[in-house]
Design a binder for this molecule. Structure first.
Ligand code: AMP
Length: 542
C-alpha cells in the first residue's frame, strides 16, 4: 500500500499515479451537470490512454502543445497526459482573438494545438483556419490541430478528432509510455502560461513540476485539504488559479474536483449544493455575482468550509460577506502572480478576522520575500511601501525565448521582481498597496495597456493614446483611454471601439474614452498615467 496523500516533490504526471495507487476508488473529477464521474484509478487510466495516443501521433518530449478550451473534462485529462509524456502544456486564454492567438502560437513555437469549437462569440475553428493553423504555412512549427467535440458536435474535416488519440493509443505500449515518463524530471518545464507584462505583448512563463506541484501543496496545506474535500472549480483552467491552485492544490491532497465549464454564478451555486462541495475559489467579482444571484438564498451552502479569493485586491467588505453569507468560514486570500507559480502569500484559516480581510497574509513556507525601494533596490524596513520581491523554489524558469525579459524580471541572486507595491509589518503580514508595473486588472483578467495602445496607434486618425485603469465597483478596475487625434483628423469613440473589435479580446477594449490635446508628463518626459486616471475619474464623477 502506498503512503496516502498529501504528496509533493513529484512530477505532475506521477502525482496522478500516486493517487490512483493509494486512493483508487475515491472520486477525482466530477462534472455534476453532465453526470460524468471519474475515480482516481479511472482518471489515471484515461490520462495514460490519451498519453499513449499523443505519443502515437508523434507529440514529442518538450513539444509545446497549446490548449484552447474552456474547462472541459478533456482539459484535466490532458494536463496529466501531456505531463506524463514530457510535453509542455501551453494554456490559452479563452477570450483571445485571431491576432493574439497567432502571436501565441508563433511565440511558443507550438507543434500542436488542441481546441474546442469556440466560446461566446468567437469561433475557434474559423480563427485557427484564418491564421493558417490548418492548411496554411504561416505557422511552420505547427504540425497538427486537434478538435475536442462537445455534446453532439462533429469534428471539422481539416482537424484531427480527439477520439483519434484513444483509437491510436494501441500503437504505443504501456511500457513505452513508462519509459517516456521516466525521462521527465522535476525541473523540466511542463507548463507555459502567457501573461501580460509591462512590455506589451504577453510572455510565456515557463513552469516546472517542482514549481507548481510544491506551490500547490503549500497552498492546499493552508486550506487544510484532505481526501474528504470537494472543490467547486469555477475559475478558468488556463490560468494558474485553475490549473495550479485548483487542480494540483486539490490533487496533492487527494481532494475531488468539481469543475464548471465556464463561470456562471447559478451553476456554481447548483454544483456546490448538489456535490456538497467544501471549497470554492474565485476572483472577487465571482463571489459578488454568486451572492447577488436572485435566488441565492434558496441554495444550501452548508457544506462549504474553505476556499480562495485571489487575483485582484479583495475588498474587506466582500470577504466578510463571503464568510457570513456563504459559510466560507475558513476562506483564505492568496496573493501571487503567474511568474511565482503563482502563490507567494496566504492568509491563515485561523487568523484574526482583521488579518484575514485586511492583509494578503504571510509568506508561504520555503520562500523568501523582501520589500525594496524600486529605484535604488535597497531593502526597506517594516511597514514601508516598496516593491515586493520573492525568491525560492517557486520562481519560474524564465520567459520562453525571451532572455532579456527574464533578466529584467529575475536578478542574478534569484529574486523575482513582482511589480506590485506592498508593505510587510513586524509580524510578517503583507499588504498589497498598489502596482508599480503598468497593468490593469479587470475582474481578475490582466490587461497590458501597452498592447491596447500599440493597436490604437495604428488608427490613421490617432496621434497618440494612453490606456489606464478606471476604478469600478464591480470589476475592481476597467479600461480607460485618453486619445489625442492628429491635427485635422476626426474619430469618434464608436469608431475607435470598432477598430478594436475582432482585434483585441473583448475585455481589453476600453470602456471609457476621453479625447485630449496633451498628456501630463514628468520633467523627464514620462507620461503620468495616474494624472490621466484622476482627471478621467473626476469627469466620470467616480
Ligand atoms: P497573474 O499573473 O495573472 O496571476 O496576475 C498577478 C497579479 O494580480 C499580481 O501581480 C497582482 O498585481 C494581482 N494580484 C493577485 N492576487 C492579488 C491579491 N490577493 N491582492 C491584490 N492583488 C493581487
Amino acid at each position: 500500500m502506498n503512503v496516502p496523500p498529501p504528496y509533493r516533490d513529484v512530477t505532475v504526471g506521477a502525482l496522478l499515479t500516486r493517487l490512483a495507487e493509494s486512493i483508487p476508488d475515491n472520486e477525482a473529477l466530477v462534472y455534476a451537470d453532465r453526470n460524468l464521474r471519474f475515480t482516481f484509478a479511472e482518471l489515471e487510466a484515461e490520462a495514460r490512454l490519451i498519453a499513449r495516443g499523443l505519443m502515437a501521433i508523434g507529440v514529442e518530449r518538450g513539444e509545446r502543445v497549446a490548449l484552447w478550451a474552456t474547462n472541459v473534462p478533456e482539459w484535466v485529462v490532458l494536463q496529466f497526459a501531456l505531463a506524463k509524456i514530457g510535453a509542455i502544456l501551453v494554456t490559452v486564454n479563452t477570450s483571445l482573438r485571431a491576432h493574439e492567438m497567432e502571436y501565441l502560437l508563433q511565440q511558443s513555437e507550438a507543434g500542436t494545438v488542441i481546441t474546442i469549437s469556440g466560446f461566446k462569440d468567437v469561433n475557434y475553428v474559423n480563427v485557427l483556419r484564418e491564421i493558417g493553423a490548418v492548411g496554411g504555412d504561416r505557422l511552420p512549427n505547427l504540425k497538427r490541430s486537434i478538435f475536442i467535440p462537445r455534446g453532439e458536435e462533429t469534428c471539422p474535416e481539416d482537424f484531427m478528432p480527439y477520439a483519434a488519440l484513444r483509437d491510436r493509443a494501441a500503437e504505443v505500449t504501456e511500457a513505452e509510455l513508462d519509459a517516456r515518463e521516466s525521462q521527465v524530471g522535476l525541473d523540466d518545464v511542463i507548463n507555459m502560461q502567457y501573461t501580460s507584462g509591462t512590455t506589451g505583448f504577453p510572455k510565456g512563463v515557463m513552469l516546472s513540476s517542482r514549481n507548481i506541484v510544491n506551490n500547490a501543496y503549500w497552498m492546499a496545506q493552508g486550506l487544510g485539504y484532505s481526501p474528504l474535500d470537494r472543490l467547486c472549480l469555477c475559475v478558468p483552467l488556463f490560468h494558474c488559479f485553475g490549473c495550479v491552485i485548483g487542480v494540483l492544490g486539490a490533487y496533492t491532497h487527494g481532494a475531488c474536483l468539481c469543475p464548471i465549464e465556464f463561470f456562471e454564478a447559478r451553476k456554481v451555486l447548483e454544483t456546490v449544493e448538489a456535490e456538497r462541495c467544501t471549497s470554492l475559489y474565485g476572483v472577487p467579482t465571482m463571489f459578488l455575482a454568486e451572492m447577488e444571484d436572485r435566488e441565492f438564498s434558496r441554495f444550501n451552502l452548508s457544506s462549504l468550509r474553505t476556499g480562495v479569493m485571489a487575483g485582484a485586491l479583495c475588498p474587506e467588505a466582500l470577504m466578510k460577506r463571503a464568510i457570513a453569507e456563504m459559510n466560507l468560514r475558513e476562506i483564505t486570500i492568496i496573493y501571487g502572480l503567474t511568474e511565482a507559480s503563482p502563490g507567494i502569500t496566504q492568509t491563515r484559516r485561523d487568523d484574526t478576522l482583521e488579518h484575514r480581510t485586511q492583509t494578503v497574509g504571510e509568506v508561504l513556507p520555503e520562500m523568501e520575500v523582501k520589500i525594496i525601494d524600486p529605484a535604488s533596490g535597497a531593502t526597506l524596513g517594516a511597514n514601508q511601501h516598496g516593491e515586493l520581491c520573492v525568491r525560492g523554489y517557486n520562481v519560474m524558469r524564465g520567459y520562453y525565448n525571451n532572455p532579456e525579459a527574464t533578466a529584467k524580471a529575475i536578478d542574478a541572486d534569484g529574486w523575482l521582481r513582482t511589480g506590485d507595491q506592498a508593505t510587510m509589518d513586524e509580524a510578517g503580514y503583507v499588504r498589497i498597496t498598489g502596482r508599480i508595473k503598468d497593468l490593469i486588472i479587470r475582474g481578475g483578467e490582466n490587461i497590458s495597456p501597452k498592447e491596447i495602445e500599440d493597436h490604437l496607434r495604428q488608427h490613421p486618425a490617432v496621434s497618440d493614446v494612453y490606456v489606464y485603469a478606471i476604478k469600478s465597483e464591480f470589476f475592481g478596475e476597467e479600461v480607460g483611454a485618453a486619445v489625442k487625434l492628429k491635427a485635422g483628423e476626426s474619430a469618434t469613440e464608436e469608431e475607435l471601439k470598432t477598430f478594436c473589435q475582432g482585434q483585441l479580446a473583448r475585455f481589453k477594449i476600453p470602456r471609457y474614452w476621453r479625447f485630449v490635446t496633451d498628456f501630463p508628463m514628468t520633467a523627464s518626459g514620462k507620461i503620468q498615467k495616474f494624472k490621466l486616471r484622476e482627471a478621467h475619474e473626476e469627469e466620470l464623477s467616480l
